[in-house]
Design a binder for this molecule. Structure first.
Ligand code: AMP
Ligand code: MG
Length: 318
């Protein structure tokens, strides 16, 4: 890691402790946006590919999903070409996660969204292999229960935001409340449209409390979804995953694309950026996401707490 990054981390950590001066607040804001642009501070000599920052949606820039090629896999031809790099990023995540847990001051929230069969479950399985389960919490959100529906829409998500030291993974998220809810007309536009701003404020508030937020849209094509649904139907061990509802949702493909495009364009911010990840090729998707997470954790620069004084003199009785 670059010495500059370490110094920045120490400076940010020192400022947070010294109270709520304006300088501390400015330094914290700077640190937060460095964390969500990790390539600017991490890895003095980065490998040339994959160039994940190009998948980040810059705040205010908007995104056209049709412009992102879901088949992209750069120079990697086959799964085994990418395997060593994926393994390296997994190891980095495991090491940095242990530090985040030990430090016990901040947390990381990952949001995964995609069309059905888009690969949310596969991403969790492959990217988090080797990470201590004690430091991770996966939350999968389905249609809300009666109790959840009786509250404001953020209620159930807020409860699952990772506590200090933890990595939280949202398999579907508060974004469903501007996606499925919009496409299926579950609430009128006057209700869902203001939610973009509510979501931005929610994520800003999380960031102020030490939660770094990263959001991934796994971008598959309609043809790829057809192949994946057919393979679920053909394989007895995958049939359980098939739901007739997936076919109904597929019928709304264009409406979902419009809803994703607008949601992503309106909610990619400095403190909680969206990445539109090409996801027709599963191992490439895993590689991009693993590297983005590893670099972000590295920019957060979590540290084990100082050990107690005088441990050198300590002996353990027989
Ligand atoms: P799965 O992820 O395949 O288990 O499916 C979960 C289902 O829950 C999907 O059909 C989602 O559209 C639906 N779902 C998730 N969140 C919400 C929400 N806030 N409102 C309505 N439906 C939702
Ligand atoms: Mg499903």
């Amino acid at each position: 890691m670059a010495e500059e990054t370490r110094t920045a981390g120490r400076r940010a950590a020192g400022a947070a402790e010294s109270g709520q001066t304006q300088r501390a607040a400015r330094s914290a804001a700077g640190r937060r946006s460095r964390e969500t642009r990790p390539e600017q501070v991490v890895v003095a000599d980065p490998p040339p590919e994959p160039d994940y920052p190009r998948y980040r949606v810059e705040p205010g820039a908007g995104v056209r999903l049709a412009d992102v090629d879901p088949d992209e896999s750069e120079h990697f031809g086959r799964k085994k070409d990418a395997a060593p790099e994926l393994a390296r990023h997994r190891d980095r995540i495991a090491d940095l996660q242990a530090r985040l847990y030990g430090e016990n001051r901040r947390s990381l929230l990952l949001v995964l969204q995609a069309m059905d069969t888009g690969g949310k479950d596969g991403t969790i399985k492959h990217v988090f292999q080797g990470v201590n389960p004690q430091g991770c919490q996966v939350s999968s959100f389905k249609a809300p229960s009666a109790e959840e529906s009786a509250h404001d829409f953020l209620w159930r998500y807020h409860q699952r935001v990772p506590s200090r030291g933890m990595i939280g993974i949202f398999n579907r998220s508060h974004y469903e409340d501007v996606l499925v809810v919009r496409v299926k007309g579950l609430v009128p536009e006057e209700v869902w449209r203001p939610r973009y701003e509510v979501i931005n404020q929610f994520e800003q508030a999380l960031s102020l409390s030490g939660v770094t937020v990263l959001k991934f849209y796994l971008h598959i094509s309609k043809e790829e979804q057809k192949r994946r649904l057919e393979s679920r139907l053909a394989d007895p061990d995958k049939r359980w995953k098939f739901s007739a509802n997936d076919l109904r949702e597929r019928g709304y493909w264009d409406d979902y694309m419009a809803a994703f495009e607008e949601a992503i364009s309106n909610t990619s911010t400095d403190v909680a950026p969206w990445y539109v990840v090409p996801a027709n090729t599963k191992w490439y998707r895993n590689l991009v996401i693993a590297r983005t997470i590893a670099d972000t954790l590295e920019a957060m620069d979590p540290r084990y707490p100082e050990a107690e004084e005088g441990l050198d003199q300590v002996t353990v009785d027989d």
